[in-house]
Write a protein that binds this ligand. Structure first.
Ligand code: C2E
Ligand code: CA
Ligand code: CA
Ligand code: CA
Length: 279
């Protein structure tokens, strides 16, 4: 029994070491990735549900490591946050996404917004506002075409500096979307205080609406609330015609998902929506 216990202990220890070693390895490779430009962005359109027209594009980060292959953002963003790399990664994302949208506008894409995901840690790192304003100025993208997607969390709603920071972004013309809406732990009372423009319904709620309308009550409630607060509401993760029809009937404003368009590389987006776009 003693021997067995010991083996068990060793097993746990080595499993922990593996996780720890993996994280260290990812961290080290990520540092190089930032320097060696292994990071990339893909772009996923958002569509207006009543007209069907594209109204914006979300930038999503990709990392194809020469050493370990494709690492999903859900895996490396938390490592970047812990390792103090998120500021550099986040700035690169903002810069690249704004420059890309400006060049699409210049190439004839009907002016629309670019949405950039911000890590909660970025929100607490100074100087975020001057850095964003500087990026808008150097890329030439008008502030009203930048939308920041932030995820609700308890800390955010408690911080008083946060309201001021979001206010100064709003004053500059930048739009704020609450990402993964409904999955956070925070109270929704902050929606009054925060200069929020859009609510993004998390795909976990969209997945549930197979037997419309009975399974769609959460989305109905979110859409009703967005209506009364005069907020724009977007559903993410739309994969089926049934989900799309249901969202339309509920009165959701916009949708995004594999059914409508998967995230595209910049080249593919240009080819599909900028060069070959119908006049
Ligand atoms: P998110 O912001 O909620 O993004 C939605 C995720 O759903 C993306 O995964 C997207 O590729 C995926 N998706 C799009 N359409 C569908 C669909 O129809 N069905 C399903 N099942 N999924 C769909 P991705 O690109 O792997 O990103 C995961 C998360 O990583 C994002 O969740 C976001 O929180 C974070 N992330 C991505 N890019 C960035 C970035 O540049 N900066 C930061 N801080 N976080 C990022
Ligand atoms: Ca997002
Ligand atoms: Ca989400
Ligand atoms: Ca998210």
């Amino acid at each position: 029994a003693k021997k067995r216990g010991q083996n068990k202990y060793e097993f746990y220890e080595s499993a922990m070491n593996t996780v720890y070693t993996q994280k260290l390895a990812i961290e080290q490779l990520l540092r190089q990735a930032v320097e060696q430009k292994e990071l990339d962005l893909v772009y996923q359109p958002k569509f207006q549900l009543d007209s069907g027209s594209m109204v914006g594009v979300e930038a999503l980060i990709r990392w194809n490591s020469s050493r370990i292959g494709i690492v999903p953002p859900a895996q490396f963003i938390p490592v970047a946050e812990e390792a103090g790399l998120i500021a550099a990664v986040g700035e690169w994302v903002l810069q690249t996404a704004c420059a890309q949208m400006k060049s699409w506008h210049d190439a004839g894409l009907e002016p629309m917004s670019i949405a950039v995901n911000l890590s909660a840690i970025q929100l607490h790192q100074e100087p975020l506002v001057p850095s964003i304003l500087n990026i808008l100025e150097t890329t030439g993208l008008e502030a009203k075409y930048l939308e920041l997607e932030i995820t609700e969390n308890a800390e955010m709603t408690k911080s008083s500096g946060m309201v001021e920071m979001l206010q100064s972004l709003k004053q500059a013309g930048v739009r704020i979307a609450i990402d993964d809406f409904g999955t956070g732990y925070s109270s929704i009372s902050y929606l009054h205080k925060f200069p929020v423009h859009t609510l993004k319904i998390d795909k976990s709620f969209v997945r549930g609406i197979s037997a419309c309308p009975s399974d769609s009550s959460i989305i109905e409630a979110i859409v009703a609330m967005a209506r009364s607060l005069k907020l724009n509401v977007v559903a993410e993760g739309v994969e089926t015609d049934q989900q799309l029809a249901c969202l339309k009937s509920i009165g959701c404003d916009q949708a995004q998902g594999y059914l409508l368009c998967a995230p595209l590389t910049a080249d593919k987006f240009t080819d599909r929506y900028v060069i070959h776009a119908e006049a």
